[in-house]
Design a protein around this ligand. Sequence first.
Ligand code: 5AD
Ligand code: SF4
Length: 457
Amino acid sequence: MISYADAVSELFKKKESPPLCLVRTFGCRQNVSDGEKISGLLLSMGFGFTEELSVADIIIYNTCAVRESAESRVFGLLGELKHLKEKNKSLIIGFCGCMADLEHIKDKLKSQYKFVDLFFGTNAIGELPKLLYEHIAKETPALDALVSDVAEIREDIPVKRLSGMKADVPVMYGCDNFCSYCIVPYVRGRERSRSADDIAAEVKELADCGFKEIMLLGQNVNSYGKGLSGEIDFPKLLHRLNKLDGDFKIRFLSSHPKDAGRELIDAIAECERVCKHLHLPIQSGSNRILSEMNRGYTVEQYLETVNYARKIMPGFSFSTDIIVGFPNETYEDFCQTIRVLEQVRFDNIFSFIYSKRKGTKAALLKDKTDKADKSAWFRQLLEKQREIAIENNKRFIGKVLELLVDGESETDGFVSGKSDEFINVTIPGGDKSLIGQRIKVKIVKAGISALEGKLDS
Ligand code: 5AD
Ligand code: SF4
């Protein structure tokens, strides 16, 4: 039986050169991973790749809905495609990702962006060849072609990797946590875990191909295994992957503090392939706000995990996500977040001003906190973290760190990489041939956002 992918490549065979696609991804690492699948499918249909809008035959925007700013940006960029479509009627424009799973976005596209040809949600990526075939061959009207939530996991989607040394491997999809500010559970659906056999087979293949770093992905990797038969959970998965042959390290994103207990920390300590760094989003340092956010843990419980990790792995590195200005947050609440920063001394924070997302519980709250206050607190938070990062980074001076060299820095003659602790390290005078290698460097200087190292002989 001929597949939709083959059928699409048949349709394009009439062209002198292969058709070109451009996939533009916005948002988080999960979206980037989805983008690699979209590219993999397009490659299987015979498409070549371009970065230039004007020569592309198909342009796909893989969107993010987590904050309003991301949404507005996509709409701005989508508007720019209108004139391209007017010049080239056969140009195909696709819209997918988290925004495509929201009803009000679909309505907006229908009324204001009628030139969009393909429209599919995060759980319908595997339907791209069918949608494309139907669009080209049968001229299916644009937004009627929406494929709604197809929740089962597809293991047959090809992946076109963006890097030859680092690979993202999703272990679970969706989220059941319903934090009150977050749109993700509404767009990505319920939690589903991949089988440990499928994950191990993919990691083994990547290791055999020479990949040096595997990033396990999930909205909350710590609930990995729920619904699977057999006794498997995330710490057990780490142990299984740790035993595979190859020269690779393991990282993972993201962990939920309510599920990141001692078993997880023990597994990180025991598995030599797992980097000694944990991204553990705290969101707020106020128990009142954490409860309003429906996070399911207290600051005290969070600190217990941090202290346990540092007891068994001194110097262990933490990073976090913080939301400033949740509805009705007070200065007192905010000061408690600053206090947690001082206590934990994160190596890195990713901070965001609260963004109201229609359809979430928090969107129903009447917010009395002043916008200007939120912005001022946000600046104060960044300043505090700057001070902490400068001090924190000094602890590495004179130490030898292992890092995977993954690129050149903007300054000539520098190569750079990330240490196990997920800290940027630059190596002045480092040879480009080091790129792709795991090396040891002695840290000689510490800045705010990067360390400086020299090769340890
Ligand atoms: N407003 C601001 N930040 C948000 N995040 C998720 N939803 C929102 C929102 N509505 C942040 C959280 C999460 C990170 C990925 O994005 O900090 O951990
Ligand atoms: Fe959103 Fe909370 Fe799920 Fe993370 S755990 S994706 S913040 S609902």
